[in-house]
Design a protein around this ligand. Structure first.
Ligand SMILES: [Ca+2]
Length: 145
């Protein structure tokens, strides 16, 4: 039986709990670069080179209402140094990190955490943390009630 509530985002229905994908290569990135023909990647393209203090990958994520959302980051970490991370900034506020175990390059896995978003547009920005990782895409899930 279909029993999930529908929410509305602009004129579109959104199923609560459903993941909405945002490709990293479609995000606004600086001091980082799109890498094409990335094996196994969503849409075949990822963003890498997030290697500098001023590197940023910023997603505009639009949600129907304020609340806690699940943030799934598709990443690969082939760092020799071990576990990697990106700093996370949500709407200009430092919001901890996204952690990435070593997977090897082009082995795309998902790192999951929670973020608090406001109704409408949100800026979710990744910056360099420990070691190095590439981002393929993020998925944002609307909370189920
Ligand atoms: Ca991608």
């Amino acid at each position: 039986m279909y029993s999930r509530r529908l929410d509305w985002l602009d004129a579109r229905p959104v199923v609560e709990g459903a993941k909405i994908r945002y490709e990293a290569e479609d995000a606004d990135f600086a001091r980082a670069n799109a890498r094409y023909a990335a094996g196994g990647a969503s849409n075949g393209v990822v963003v890498g080179g997030i290697d500098f203090a001023d590197s940023r990958v910023t997603f505009t994520v639009r949600v129907p209402r304020a609340g806690d959302y699940r943030l799934y980051t598709r990443f690969a970490n082939g760092s020799d140094g071990g576990a990697a991370s990106h700093t996370l900034t949500v709407n200009g506020v430092a919001s901890g990190a996204v952690d990435y175990p070593v997977t090897g390059w082009d082995n795309w896995q998902v790192s999951e955490r929670q973020v608090t978003l406001r109704a409408g547009d949100n800026l979710i920005s990744y910056g360099k943390g420990a070691h190095y990782a590439e981002i393929d895409a993020i998925d944002v899930a609307h909370p189920a009630h």
